[in-house]
Design a protein around this ligand. Structure first.
Ligand code: T3D
Length: 262
């Protein structure tokens, strides 16, 4: 087990799981320039450690993330291109391209860019009573941090526009019902369940999960023909892995497979 405390983010790794905790609880973990820098450093650690199989993102204290810190002196409100290009767009791209699956455990309010950080994960879990809002409209902005891309893909055009235009606050239970998130969990068991899911994924064939992440994301822009080629190429690669061999042997020998990520 290892732990590194950055100024506004805590990074812990244990048994193949990297847990990244947004750590400004007094300001509901709202995102500053510093927090973005810390998130980049945490993702560097993930990328440098071949033992990491899964990333789990959560928030310290009573909230997940209140979005952009609207009082951060380092963020220019006169020209938002700076923070979007240097912070949010970098983060969203890195999360989408990371080999490891990312789980977000939304332990309280997730607002604005905080909501879209949670939705940028591969699997989003929320406490049943945790809430999410595309708060941008309240301050005259549109959903960023990938929001306009993610929302219609997760819930379809109508719900995406509804969530974006009204900024309505929805609970974890509602988010699960509309297909916005993977599952809503009893609030008191959220972290235990998120860790259980992370451990489960950590024991699965890592290369297959990495291929799935890219292939399923690619499907949104590909035709069926292109996607069939993507599946063929990925399956050919996976068919040459030790984990595939192990999966077949374990099945034939009627025993649990032991995957090694190779
Ligand atoms: O600037 C750019 O780069 C543009 C990009 C924008 C991307 C975005 O994310 S836009 C959306 C930004 N977020 C919001 O608009 C949400 C603002 N926050 C709230 O609406 C509420 O705080 C919450 C619904 C999240 C939680 O409400 P509540 O009642 O549980 O807590 P609170 O008392 O409002 O907040 C606790 C403290 O956190 C408080 O500080 P204080 O008074 O105790 O010193 C509050 O000011 C602070 N806080 C909460 N959210 C933010 C924030 N401080 C700065 N920025 C925030 N986003």
């Amino acid at each position: 087990m290892s732990k590194k405390e950055f100024a506004e983010v805590i990074y812990e790794s244990n048994q193949g799981i990297a847990t990244i905790t947004l750590n400004r609880p007094a300001k509901i973990n709202s995102l500053t320039y510093q927090m973005h820098a810390d998130l980049r450093s945490a993702l560097d650690l993930v990328e440098q450690d071949p033992a990491i199989r899964v990333v789990l993102i959560t928030g310290a204290g009573r909230g997940f993330c209140a979005g952009q810190d609207l009082a951060d002196p380092a963020t220019s409100l006169d020209d938002l291109s700076d923070t979007l290009e240097k912070n949010y767009n970098v983060l969203v791209r890195r999360m989408a391209n990371l080999k490891q699956p990312i789980i977000a455990a939304v332990n309280g309010v997730a607002a604005g860019a905080g909501a879209n950080l949670a939705l940028g994960a591969d699997l989003t879990l929320m406490g049943k009573k945790a809430v999410m809002t595309q708060a941008f409209v309240r301050i005259g902005l549109l959903p960023d941090a990938g929001g306009t891309w993610l929302l219609p893909r997760r819930v379809g055009l109508q719900k995406a526009l509804g969530l974006a235009m009204t900024g309505e606050t929805i609970t974890g239970e509602e988010a699960e019902r509309m297909g916005l998130i993977w599952k809503a969990i009893d609030d008191e068991s959220l972290m235990a369940e998120a860790e259980k899911l992370a451990q489960h994924l950590a024991n699965l064939p890592a290369l297959a999960l990495a291929e799935m992440k890219q292939a399923i994301r690619a499907a949104f822009t590909n035709t069926l023909d292109q996607q069939l080629d993507v599946e063929r190429d990925a399956q050919v690669r996976l068919g040459k892995t030790k984990d595939f061999k192990e999966g077949i042997e374990a099945f034939l020998e009627k025993r649990p497979a032991k995957f090694i990520g190779e």
